[in-house]
Write a protein that binds this ligand. Structure first.
Ligand SMILES: [Zn+2]
Ligand SMILES: [Zn+2]
Length: 165
């Protein structure tokens, strides 16, 4: 079994929404969600010129400074990495992921991107099939992909899970 995942969330979010996301992650990956904790963004990661937060720095802070593992962080501010205009999320395999709901207005899109980023935590790469793990660089691309895993990714998850037994 995978270790349980801790969900961290922006205090702006409704806890009921966070619980809804947690349920979808549990169902998709058969993984336990251990805790839901509020977590604020560190202002040091804010880029005033871009009016965005640096996703990589935020992720690294939790991995390196707070030493967290298997965390999934949901934020409401816009995120970027230096080479891109914006990102929906960012992950580090077997460590953790961050997802931003800033550009994702519908519940469906939020669930979908959460499933995608969580897939990276559990060992998935981007996928070319009709699959939630398709890479999406725009809102339209994100809309077009499904919210489920293809067969191939499901098999990778099963194997990945075995490594933790
Ligand atoms: Zn991805
Ligand atoms: Zn796939």
């Amino acid at each position: 079994m995978f270790p349980p995942i801790t969900i961290l969330y922006d205090p702006n979010l409704e806890i009921s929404e966070v619980k809804g996301i947690a349920k979808h992650l549990e169902e998709t990956y058969n993984v336990e969600i251990k805790e839901l904790k509020e977590c604020k963004l560190d202002n040091k990661t804010y880029n005033k010129k871009r009016d965005q937060f640096d996703g990589q720095k935020l992720l690294n802070m939790l991995i390196d400074k707070k030493n967290l593992r298997f965390f999934f962080w949901i934020v409401t501010k816009d995120l970027y990495v230096p080479v891109m205009d914006f990102i929906f999320g960012l992950a580090s395999k077997f460590y953790g992921a961050i997802v931003s709901f800033h550009r994702l207005e519908t519940r469906e899109m939020r669930i979908k991107e959460s499933i995608h980023e969580c897939g990276h935590i559990l060992g998935l790469e981007h996928c070319q099939n009709f699959c939630v793990m398709q890479y999406s660089n725009s809102l339209n691309e994100a809309k077009e992909k499904p919210s489920f895993l293809c067969k191939n990714c499901q098999e990778i998850i099963i194997k990945s899970k075995e490594n933790f037994d």
